[in-house]
Structures are given as C-alpha cells and as structure tokens.
Design a protein around this ligand. Structure first.
Ligand code: HEC
Length: 422
C-alpha cells in the first residue's frame, strides 16, 4: 500500500497542467467519460452520480478544496471515517482521473491548474455538448401545454408556470437555447394527457416533456400502440386528426415537485382540524365527479357525510361554484386551487395544511433512446430541489410547492388504496 501511495503521489506531482492531457490525445469529452466511468464504478454509490449528493451521509465532493490534493490522495488511499481505503484498489492513473473529476466538479468547472483564459479551458468548462441527442443542435425543445393551468401557460414572451420554469432552467444550465412547442391538451374521450405526451415525443416534436406524473401505469402502458397528436401552434394544416404515431418507450428524470390533494374551504370561518377526509363531516361538501379527489371524498368520508356530498361535473368552474356559496369545503388538487387563486385575486377560498397521502411526483419525460440526456437533467433537478431553487420558482409561479416524496413512482392504485389510504 505504501508503494502504491508513493506511486500515485508521483503521478499526481506531474499534474502541473494535467499530465494525462499531454500524453493522451483524448478529447475533453472522452476524458470526462473516462473519469466518470471510474467514479461511477468506485465512488458514485456513496458520493452520488455526477457527485450530486446532499453531503449528509458522505462528503459532498463538489465542495472538496481544489488546492488540497495531498489530503485527497491521503483520504482516498487510506480511507477516512466510514469511507473504505482505496489504496489497494485503484491504479495510479485512476487516482489522476478521479482528482481531475473532483476538481472540475464532474466536468462543470475548470480544474485548479487550468487557466480560465485559454481556449482549452473554456472548452473544458462547458458542459459537454448534448447536441447529438437533440432535435435541433444547441436548442432544448420542450413540449408544454398552453392550457396547463398553473403549471404552464403561454405568454407573449416565453411562458409561465413551474413546468415552463423547469424547462427554462434546464436549458439555461445546459447552455442551450430553449424552444417551446405549445400544445393544447384536448379533453376528448379517446385521448389522455399521457398518450399525448408519448405521441409528441415519438413524433419528434420535442426533446423533453416536463410535468410528467410518475404513475406506474403511465411508464409502461402505451408503447407498441399508436396514438393521435394533440393540436400545437405550428401543426401543419395538412395533418388531420386521423394521423397516428407509433409510440416508443420513454424514460423519466428524477422528480422535481409533487402533485398533491388538499382541503379547500370557502372562507376561513369553515376551517377545522383535518387529519383525514372524514373530518370534513358537518360541512357542506362538494365533489368533482370522476376525478381522484372526488372519488376519495365519496369513498373515505363517513356514511352520513357521503350521503350529503353534492357532486358536480368536473371542470374549471368547480371552485367558482364554491366561491359562490354552493358548498363550503372540498378535496381538490393543490394545482387547481392555485390556478383558481391566480385567476381570481379577490377569492375568499382558503387552503388547509392537510394533504392527502396519495400524490404524484412530477418529472421530465423523454424518449428512452435519448435517456443519456438524464446525465445533464438529473443533476440539475436534484440541485435545484436541494438548494431551494425549485421552491423559489414555484413561488414565482404563484404555486404552492410540495417537494417530491418517496416512493418516486406511485404504484397502480387499486380500489383497496382508494378505500384504505387515508
Ligand atoms: C462506502 C461509501 C463510500 C465510497 C464507496 C466512497 N466514499 Fe468517499 N467518503 C465516504 C464517507 C462516509 C466520507 C466522509 C468521511 C468522514 O470524514 O467521516 C467520505 C469522504 C471522502 C472524501 C473527503 C475526505 C476528506 O479529506 O475530508 C473524499 C475526497 C472522498 N471521500 C473521495 C472518494 C473517492 C474518490 C471515492 C471513489 C474511489 C470514494 N470516496 C468512495 C464514503 C464513501
């Protein structure tokens, strides 16, 4: 082990300008790939993919001082605390690769010896170019619903809502220009938002589709089938509704937010202590027929309560009817409440702190054959969730933010869940 340590120190001493860059005609991309390979084999399961980890159970390597190479070599060689020793495992070359990987923060920053004034360093600083995976080089194209409620809406310049903000932040941090294909989700019998998402991705309309709810059946159900495309702003007139796309498997990112349901009161005077739906008994309750919130209200209320629930056709006017006094409380998705408040600044409606335990995490979907995009997307999402950026974007979008919660993917809901999960 001592011999090994001496050897690796020796190699590292040559590092002035990274020695391997001179001996080795590797392009910055290939070098990064090699570094990442070693890191993922030996270090990523504790320190996180792309070194993204919260630093709670192991050291956050993005914070390792770039000028303390000796400490790096000593700690990695001999182990430290709960970290095993790597001196007998790693080759000297691998120490070099890992040191460069750590000091460049997984290829996102110049290393300690690279002058940021040279052309090379500028190239090394850039996130490697994901263009090979993109529809248009240099551009991240996102599909967003222009009638997406509080999650996405079109503006004369750009857009609004958390899904739009996520797309914009991803493009920004990947050094790409954002392009949006604005589509209109059509509430038709035979179409569903999930099928539409698959169809748009398979058609090649966009690279990414934010706002994809992580529900087990949505992740597998639709490929090997065909589906129609929704309307979008630049859709050719010649393409009729009968046009169908062969669907393809998709992949999804780590989640960035959670869609939850909560209790809304007509005014603060109806507020009470709620720990489950049945606690609404005694209030005049409304339920939106055919929605999950409506079904839960009817299934999880007391008998007396459900006998008195007023049911309504689903639609945007449900909360307006509460506002007008037709009922005093309801279980609704938080997004619907936020949207109503945004559209109606003088609304008296109040949201209780209670949240129903069933919820759906939101992620970014893409074609499975483009899943290498996740090497860029997942670290950005995790960082933004971890450092509060995502919550701030939600506030900017006038949304009540809930961070994603485990398990990431909601299992298929059985009637048992509908009755018992309260
Ligand atoms: C089994 C989990 C595990 C693995 C695998 C692992 N580490 Fe660690 N590492 C840790 C923990 C835990 C710490 C925090 C140690 C402490 O200070 O208590 C740590 C700390 C470190 C530190 C900071 C040491 C210091 O001087 O403060 C470095 C650098 C480091 N690890 C690099 C690596 C590298 C490079 C690899 C891959 C070769 C790796 N680690 C693999 C768990 C691990």
């Amino acid at each position: 082990m001592i011999v090994k340590l001496a050897l690796s120190l020796c190699t590292l001493a040559l590092l002035g300008a990274p020695a391997f860059a001179q001996q080795d005609p590797l392009s910055p991309e290939d070098l990064l790939k090699k570094e990442r390979g070693v890191f993922e084999m030996f270090c990523a399961h504790c320190h996180g993919k792309n070194m993204v980890n919260p630093g709670t159970s192991s050291f956050d390597l993005r914070k390792f001082p770039k000028d303390q190479k000796d400490r790096f070599v000593a700690s990695v060689t001999n182990g430290r605390g709960d970290m095993p020793a790597w001196g007998d495992v790693l080759l000297p070359e691998e120490f070099d690769l890992l040191w460069h990987y750590v000091t460049t923060r997984a290829g996102k920053e110049p290393g300690p010896f690279e002058s940021s004034h040279t052309q090379d360093a500028a190239a090394a600083k850039d996130v490697p170019d994901p263009s090979a995976l993109l529809i248009a080089p240099g551009t991240l194209t996102a599909c967003l619903a222009k009638n997406g409620g509080v999650m996405s809406s079109r503006r004369s310049k750009g857009g609004a809502g958390l899904d739009y903000e996520v797309a914009a932040a991803l493009a920004d941090r990947m050094d790409l220009t954002l392009a949006v294909e604005w589509f209109e989700s059509e509430p038709e019998e035979e179409s569903s938002p999930v099928r539409e998402a698959y169809a748009m991705l398979a058609y090649g309309l966009c690279d990414i589709m934010p706002g994809f709810a992580l529900y087990e059946t949505s992740l597998s159900a639709f490929y090997k089938t065909r589906a129609a495309l929704p309307r979008w702003d630049n859709k050719p007139d010649s393409m009729g509704m009968e046009f169908q796309v062969d669907l393809e498997p998709i992949s999804v990112s780590d989640p960035y937010a959670r869609m939850e349901m909560g209790v809304v009161y007509r005014t603060a005077e109806f507020e009470r202590e709620i720990t489950q739906i049945a606690d609404m008994q005694g209030l005049r309750i409304g339920a939106e027929q055919g929605t999950l919130a409506g079904i839960l209200t009817l299934r999880q209320g007391t008998n007396k309560m459900t006998a008195q629930v007023q049911t309504f056709n689903p639609g945007a006017d449900f909360l307006w009817r509460m506002e007008q006094g037709e009922f005093d409380a309801a279980l609704v998705t938080i997004g619907a409440y936020d949207f109503h408040k945004k559209q109606n600044p003088i609304s008296t409606l109040v949201l209780d702190e209670y949240r129903h335990p069933i919820g759906f995490n939101l992620s970014v979907a893409m074609l499975k054959r483009n899943r290498d995009l996740l090497d860029w997307i997942d670290p950005v999402i995790n960082e933004m969730v971890g450092d509060g950026t995502m919550a701030a974007l939600a506030v900017k979008s006038k949304q009540t933010y809930s961070p994603p919660r485990q398990p990431w993917v909601q299992k298929y809901l059985t009637i048992q869940d509908i009755i018992m999960r309260r």
